[in-house]
Design a protein around this ligand. Structure first.
Ligand code: UDX
Length: 471
């Protein structure tokens, strides 16, 4: 993207939610807005702090959240509890820091035009109101998964939620093709708290003056148009963010700069040694955890498929008897028997991996970033969602866009083999059609962020919207 001249004196304040799947899109967005000439201040929690050294063109202001857990332990935390806590603990330090940023800007003859904060940081709406500062919400997930969030009260009223086991396979007639089992829930002993958080997210987003989506019209036109009617505020679907490239500071726009964990680059030279479309890439994002039993089914399935695989096994990703396994619990001799067909890393340069010609399929948990990254590289998916939006994303991948297949029940090694072979080996008709459709969607994504495409045009609209906020 061509760098525009700095708009002297217009500063934007951005606040990411401190999880990998939220930090990545917010920092990509910061680069996009910087390239449009805005000065950028990132206010961030000390918990899971991004690395300011990777972004010398931004100003970083840490706020003390009092959360001491290290980033690589976040999977073991109760996510719901943490989001509630962040929305309480950050109020005062965020308000004080924002006040200082606004007053420093004034001293420097600058004007803070608006706050862009993660939708799940709903507390920021109240704070920005007190400063009469417009707030734009960033929804890092898709529009398709936001629709059930908006409809939660209705879904509870109509008896879909709490979910009954006898209804799992039934279609939710209000939002087909979602089935009851696809509803974006999370495993919690405190469902009421989860419903309350969703309501806070939806109401906080409605109260904002506009929403930026990491999505594009051709992908989600119908959920976007439903939500536009419901919300009656401007929408800016300007995604996929990570595909914009910049003439400024190219290092800061690479995927590694916002990564909380070190990406193991050695897997790229391993991929270089493989035939096109032959490798299955397996990764379940930054938060999902699996039991040791499930881990073994996955491992045996991958081994029996006879295809090479690259597997991200994060520290603490496997849980046995309620405890994190320090090492992946492979059976004795398992790795040696693979004879180099499997490559394991703790964290991968995912965007580079998906763009590698050797990768033929992505076995994913369907986090929104992973889903978009796979679409952008035209890689078909094997979906194994864990919680919340991942379940909706998986159904869209398998049944709406039809660019992947999904495990419908327990993961069994025989099924793993069938799925991998169906997608990767060219003699399967369904697999070939899936590949054609994902390549078509890849092209639509490319068109959207190029000159004249929908995301490109919405980005211009977003810039004008921000410039309309008077000092
Ligand atoms: C979380 C939620 O789980 C997800 O449902 C929501 O949509 C976003 O927030 P996460 O589970 O981490 O995110 O998944 P995802 O959205 O896919 O984001 C993971 C990010 O980490 C991606 O940008 C991916 O490229 C990156 N990643 C993943 C790596 O850089 N290396 C890896 O090895 C794995």
């Amino acid at each position: 993207m061509r760098m525009e001249k700095q708009r002297k004196g217009v500063r934007l304040v951005l606040l990411p939610l401190p999880f990998q799947g939220h930090i990545n899109p917010m920092l990509h967005l910061a680069n996009i807005l910087y390239s449009k000439g805005f000065s950028i201040t990132i206010i961030h929690t000390t918990f899971n702090s991004p690395n300011p050294l990777n972004y010398p063109h931004f100003t970083f202001c840490p706020i003390q959240d009092g959360i001491t857990t290290q980033s690589d332990d976040s999977s073991s935390l109760n996510l719901l509890h943490l989001i509630i806590l962040l929305n309480i603990r950050c109020v005062t330090p965020f308000r004080d820091t924002l006040a200082k940023v606004i007053s420093d800007a004034r001293d420097n003859k600058e004007h803070v035009a608006c706050l862009v904060s993660d939708g799940l940081f709903y507390f920021t709406q109240g704070v920005s109101n007190t400063f009469e500062l417009p707030r734009i919400a960033l929804r890092e997930g898709g529009a398709s998964s936001f629709v059930p969030f908006v409809l939660f009260p209705l879904l509870i009223e109509r008896g879909y939620i709490p979910i009954q086991d006898s209804q799992l396979e039934e279609t939710v007639t209000e939002i087909p093709p979602l089935k009851v089992k696809d509803l974006p829930l999370i495993d919690t002993k405190e469902p009421e708290k989860y419903y309350k958080e969703l309501s806070n997210l939806v109401e906080g987003t409605k109260a904002s003056c506009g929403v930026i989506w990491n999505s594009f019209e051709d992908l989600e036109s119908s959920p976007l148009s439903y939500l536009r009617q419901e919300f009656q505020i401007p929408f800016f679907p300007i995604g996929p963010f990570h595909k914009y490239s910049f003439s400024h500071s190219p290092s800061s726009s690479s995927s590694s700069s916002s990564s909380l964990l070190t990406q193991d680059q050695s897997c790229i030279s391993w991929l270089d040694r493989h035939k096109p479309n032959s490798v299955i890439y397996v990764s379940f994002g930054s938060l999902a955890a699996i039991t040791a039993a499930k881990f073994l089914e996955i491992a045996w399935g991958l081994a029996s498929s006879m295809h090479p695989f690259l597997w991200v096994i994060r520290k603490g990703m496997v849980i046995d008897d309620g405890k994190e396994c320090l090492d992946p619990p492979f059976p004795a001799g398992f790795i040696d028997n693979l004879q180099g067909r499997g490559y394991i890393v703790k964290w991968a340069p995912q965007q580079e991996v998906l763009a590698h010609k050797a990768v033929g399929a992505f076995w994913t948990h369907c986090g929104w970033n992973s889903t978009l990254e796979s679409i952008c590289e035209g890689v078909p998916m094997i979906c194994m969602p864990f919680f919340t939006d991942q379940k909706v994303n998986a159904r869209y991948v398998s049944s709406v866009w039809k660019i992947g297949v999904q495990f419908e029940g327990e993961v069994k090694r025989e099924e793993v083999v069938k799925m991998i072979r169906g997608l990767i080996e060219g003699n399967n008709k369904e697999g070939s059609q899936i590949r054609e459709r994902v390549l078509d969607l890849k092209e639509k994504a490319r068109v959207s962020w190029n000159h004249g495409g929908s995301s490109y045009t919405y980005l211009d609209a977003l810039v004008n919207f921000i410039l309309s906020f008077e000092p």
